[in-house]
Design a protein around this ligand. Structure first.
Ligand SMILES: [Zn+2]
Length: 252
């Protein structure tokens, strides 16, 4: 991936790592900045500089595995942030909640055998990248710290909200996170051209609010959220503004 980015910089051209994942001359710096933003946000929240943080970054990250860029994603920014957080004093368990309409295959893959990171994902199935069946729940020491909630397209929005929040309760019954990270993919919105979920601004707001509330006993408002998908610019803009307000108010 680095070689392709360097070639893009040298030639000034856009190259493709795969049919979904182009890199331009600006991609390397953008991907480094996205990953670094997550690390900086974790540090700032853990230091008490910010109550919570939202990383408005591009490219997104949750499809990238340890060694492979894919699905618009170059580095897995949320996974790097989680790994970084686990090096900080007092942070032994990190919860990642992923409500992007696509399965966060890279994040699951990276932490599949790791009991210190709980990965909770609700995603449309079938849909790219085709991973994330309910029976995949982690392996070895990480058995039970992956929870997949594959859902069909086109249900009433409350079904998605209830499913994810029930999954969150299920996770929190077994796992007490010191820090909560969110893969906030707004391509689960009703007007998104790539996804078939039906969430509205109010639904995303309810999800963010409940994630902060329900993780508060152990995460103590320490929430760092990452922009993942979202491909209707008008809808994305509304949801991002709303998400920021919810993080601000819920952690006040
Ligand atoms: Zn997505």
């Amino acid at each position: 991936m680095r070689a392709a980015c360097e070639r893009a910089i040298e030639t000034g051209q856009i190259l493709r790592l795969d049919p979904d994942t182009p890199v331009s001359p600006g991609s390397w710096d953008a991907a480094l900045a996205a990953a670094g933003c997550g690390v900086a946000a974790v540090d700032a929240v853990l230091a008490g500089e910010y109550r919570a943080a939202f990383c408005v970054v591009r490219p997104p990250g949750h499809h990238a595995t340890r060694d492979r860029a894919m699905g618009f994603c170059l580095f897995n920014s949320i996974a790097l942030a989680a790994r970084h957080a686990l090096t900080r004093p007092g942070i032994e368990r990190v919860l990642i909640v992923d409500w992007d309409v696509h399965h966060g295959n890279g994040t699951q893959d990276i932490f599949y055998e790791d009991p210190s990171v709980f990965f909770l994902s609700m995603h449309q199935h079938p849909l790219f990248p085709g991973t994330g069946p309910a029976h995949e729940r982690g392996r070895g020491a990480g058995e039970g710290t992956t929870l997949n909630l594959p859902m069909p397209a086109g249900l009433a929005p409350q079904r998605y909200v209830d499913t994810l929040l029930d999954g969150l309760d299920d996770a929190l019954d077994r796992f007490a996170p010191d820090l909560t990270l969110v893969s906030a993919g707004f391509d689960a919105g009703a007007e998104d051209p790539l996804g078939g979920f039906t969430l509205t601004e109010a639904d995303f707001a309810a999800l963010a609010h409940e994630v902060v509330e329900r993780t508060r006993p152990t995460s103590r408002n320490r929430v760092v959220s990452f922009l993942e998908g979202g491909y209707n610019p008008d809808e994305l803009g509304r949801n991002v503004v709303s998400h920021l307000k919810v993080l601000r108010d819920a952690t006040a």
